[in-house]
Design a protein around this ligand. Structure first.
Ligand code: FES
Length: 69
C-alpha cells in the first residue's frame, strides 16, 4: 500500500500511519489531485469512509494511504 511505501522509504512524516494499516486511525490521510484520484484502482470501502470522516481537512479527493494498494 502507499503506507508501506512511505514507511519503507523512511519518508519523515510525523505520526504517519499510526495504526499500521489497521484502519483505526486517520493519520495516513492523503489528498490527491483530482486526476490522480480518478485513476486509483479501488473505491474506498465503507470502513475507510467512516475513518476518513475523522480525518483532519477532509476533501473530495481524500483517501487513507494504507488502503491504497
Ligand atoms: Fe491508520 Fe491508515 S494507517 S488508517
Amino acid at each position: 500500500s502507499l503506507l508501506d511505501i512511505v514507511v519503507n522509504n523512511s519518508v519523515d512524516l510525523e505520526g504517519y500511519g499510526a495504526c499500521e494499516g489497521t484502519l483505526t486511525c486517520s493519520t495516513c490521510h492523503l489528498i490527491f489531485k483530482k486526476e490522480d484520484f480518478d485513476r486509483l484502482p479501488d473505491k474506498p470501502t465503507d470502513e475507510e469512509l467512516d475513518m476518513l470522516d475523522l480525518a483532519y481537512d477532509l476533501t473530495d479527493t481524500s483517501r487513507l494511504g494504507c488502503q491504497i494498494t
